[in-house]
Write a protein that binds this ligand. Structure first.
Ligand code: PHE
Ligand code: NA
Length: 448
């Protein structure tokens, strides 16, 4: 193991670590992406497969990434270099770290576009533009927005600037501490929306849609989507959690901590679904509306609720903050990579990373308007970036992390480090060696 722990700062406490990890995990993936994927992939079937993937694949991979990071004590590329050297394995394992940097860049490009939508909605609920005053009906607001590349560009730029400012200004820690208060508020806001959903005629149907499976909808595509989203939502396969793990002290219980993060993330995703689907069904909307689902449905709730627009502003502001805490975790690997491998300063690296991501983001936002006809491999650019990362890169790099941990590290050592009891050892043994890796491989090749 690298002997640099004395030079590498550590988290002040387990709480600080949980906050940073949850800040990365909880974001648009939970509130924007999860519900629309449920809607696209046949409801409860997707939810169930997703929960299984989270428990049997996501959780052990999260633990593995932290464990590797804690041993490597550095960024993912150096960490993979160190741990593969220590285990006398091929240096090619650094590819895992490199894939993570590339994946972060690709994800952030379209993530920022959606973060821009969230900023736009914060503003337009505040000014009332989302109500009647703009002359565009609430139902048409989103489609109108997508048709305006200049407007999309403005909000995408603002979102990237905020993310860049936070990373460059070194105020990440402050934001993460703020998340301590904002995260519970986000949960409260979801509870209010669920309460509103209960008052509509769509609640029963929503509960049925999300929790009562129609097995005829099950197929390889749904399973791959659920698997990919398990990685996306827990920020796995990017080296991000590995990097966070490098700041962890030996005393932190990885399994217990992973459980906390996973439960929070899952509760927020399910809550978002239960906030959105009642509105979908009460208004006779299509649950498979795709990436716009959140943005076309919730405004209908806000215009019906007392103080709805004010509440909408708070909701979208909280969503934006959740998105930014994830976005900074995505900008970090690219920034750090440039800082280490080029003569650029920290500030210069953050700037170049943000600029490159912003540029690719433009291609993603043009997919909704000027470039909608450009469909390489049958996807528009936005969907292509999403599919390439969630369905291909994240599962493969996540797979590499757990295979390395389960097969190439001394397994007695690992079990001791995880503080497992006799039962836990058996479960960890089978899950980490067989269930999780084989699960990824089977799903993956089945859907090709
Ligand atoms: N987990 C984040 C979310 O759910 C997105 C993300 C993916 C962040 C990958 C970092 C890495 O919104
Ligand atoms: Na998430």
């Amino acid at each position: 193991m690298a002997k640099q722990s004395h030079t590498h700062a550590q988290w002040s406490s387990r709480t600080a670590f949980v906050l940073a990890a949850t800040g990365s995990a909880v974001g648009l993936g939970n509130i924007w992406k999860f519900p629309y994927m449920v809607g696209d992939s046949g409801g409860a079937v997707f939810v169930l497969v997703y929960l299984v993937c989270i428990a049997l694949i996501g959780l052990p991979i999260l633990v593995s990434e932290w464990l590797l990071g804690r041993r490597g004590q550095s960024n993912p590329i150096n960490t993979m270099q160190t741990v593969s050297r220590d285990a006398k394995k091929s240096p090619d394992w650094v590819l895992v770290g490199i894939a993570g940097v590339l994946g972060s860049f690709l994800i952030l490009s379209f993530y920022s576009v959606v973060g821009g939508w969230s900023l736009n909605y914060t503003w337009s609920t505040l000014t009332g533009d989302l109500g009647q005053s703009s002359g565009v009906s609430v139902g048409d607001y989103f489609t109108t927005l997508l048709g305006q590349p200049g407007t999309l560009l403005f909000w995408h730029t603002l979102f990237m600037l905020l993310t860049f400012g936070i990373v460059a200004g070194g105020v990440k820690g402050g934001l993460e501490r703020a998340a301590k208060w904002l995260m519970p508020l986000l949960i409260v806001a979801l509870v209010v929306l669920i309460g509103f959903g209960m008052s509509t005629s769509g609640f029963g149907q929503a509960a049925e849609f999300m929790f009562s499976p129609d097995w005829s909808k099950l197929n390889g595509g749904v399973i791959l989507a659920a698997l990919g989203h398990a990685f996306f939502t827990l920020s796995l396969g990017m080296g991000i959690m590995m990097a966070y793990g490098s700041y962890l002290g030996q005393e932190v219980d990885l399994i217990k901590t992973a459980r906390t993060v996973v439960i929070l993330d899952t509760v927020i995703a399910l809550g978002a679904g239960m906030a959105i689907f009642p509105v979908v069904f009460a208004n006779g909307l299509d649950p498979s509306a795709g990436p716009g689902l959140l943005f076309v449905t919730l405004p209908l709730a806000f215009i019906d609720m007392p103080w709805g627009l004010a509440f909408g502003t708070i909701f979208f502001a909280l969503l934006t903050v959740a998105a930014i805490t994830s976005a900074i975790s995505l900008l970090e690997p690219v920034t750090e990579f440039l800082e280490e491998r080029t003569p650029l300063s920290r500030l210069g690296s953050a700037f170049v990373a943000a600029l490159a991501t912003w540029t690719l983001g433009i291609a993603a936002l043009l997919a909704f308007n000027l470039w909608s006809g450009f469909q390489p491999f049958g996807f528009n650019v936005f969907d292509l970036l999403d599919a390439l990362t969630s369905k291909l890169m994240l599962p493969l790099t996540g797979l590499a992390a757990i295979v390395f941990t389960a097969w190439f590290l001394d397994s007695e050592d690992v079990k001791r480090e995880l503080g497992l009891g006799p039962k836990g050892r058996v479960v960890w043994h089978y899950v980490s060696r067989y269930v999780a890796p084989i699960g990824v491989i089977v799903v993956f090749f089945n859907s090709l």
